[in-house]
Ligand binder design. Sequence first.
Ligand code: CO
Length: 429
Amino acid sequence: MLDDKIEAEKPGVSRRSLIAKGLALGGAAALGGATTASAAGNPANQPPNVPEWSKVLGDGVAVRPYGHPSKYESNVIRRDVEWLTASRESSVSFTPLHELDGIITPNGLCFERHHGGIAEVDPNDYRLIIHGLVDKPLIFTLDDLKRFPRVNRAYFAECAANSGMEWRGAQLNGCQFTHGMIHNVMYTGVPLKILLEEAGLKPNAKWLLLEGADAAAMTRSLPLAKALDDCLVAYRMNGEMLRPENGYPARVVVPGWEANMWVKWLRRIEVGDEPWQHREETSKYTDLLENGKARRFTYVMDAKSVITSPSPQAPLKHGKGFTVISGIAWSGRGKIARVDVTLDGGRNWRSARLDGPVWDKSMTRFYVEFDWDGSELFLQSRAIDETGYVQPTKDELRKVRGVNSIYHNNGIQTWYVAPSGEVENVEIS
Ligand code: CO
């Protein structure tokens, strides 16, 4: 029973009060609140009748050798914004955050950002070369990589331009589009440090050039200190091999740093003593300020959070009564220490309940359970990480950086919930 679960997790709420509130909604609410008009469905399939799917034999095991979600979940997909990118090859898709819970992003729903389309790499022909300022240049096959000691780590990957369209004001109506350039995956891979030590670093080694095998030959410079700290060459995501769109068969994982440095289809690492000139998009490292100056080498993703439900694509359909706010928080500087949530646009804040693992540079899930009286809400969340950093408001960010930036917008998001339960992306000040 849902009520028992809620009661067990929320010792402060008595069983009697939950049931009383449930009954106020209608008879079935105490069984889980399935009373909304949209969930009315077909009475012939509902108790006390025997549903149609109980009257026929279902598929056997061989019909779905690789499983897919239920056909009723066909709406849970990556989406793109057509006007945002000129070509399909150099484009971005967004994770449907409003449809997900917990902290792990399913592989088929991880946002994509390609610069030359998806490289379909044959694992038999896959090679990774490490050369430059090393004692002995090395070439690894995929099987070679799998023979090194491996680790499992969950990390978020966030595009530096995530929420970029929101710098000048509320624009896109859904957290899939405002915050969906992020995913959180359990990687299996080799610490980059082990591979570099195998090749032997020269004393003057300071930077790495990472190059992908895609048509854009995507290249990024990575400071050696970061590579030796916690970077991985990963070949698995959530247990299975990387998906082609996520860099199959091997990619770099740069924990807490902007995702454009996580070079996919990794084919070459050149060790050098300074950063390389990038063929493309040196601006990726540069955030333009109001005074014409720029912030450079802004690699770390600052602490950020967003309420994923309710949100514009996930309205409060059930009407007033007991409900759950669900959201995610993350920080490129470590663990999430706390998340605050306000229902009234910042007048009153309460601490959210963190649930599930709270890991370093990984998404953290938070919840606030409350009894909605049906009046309008201005929902916000504010992440605080273990360094004490507090997620700023968008106005606080603009005061420091102006409005010319696209990158590193980690400002507090506001959702307006109307009495009807519809939700809109708004800004308040
Ligand atoms: Co940056």
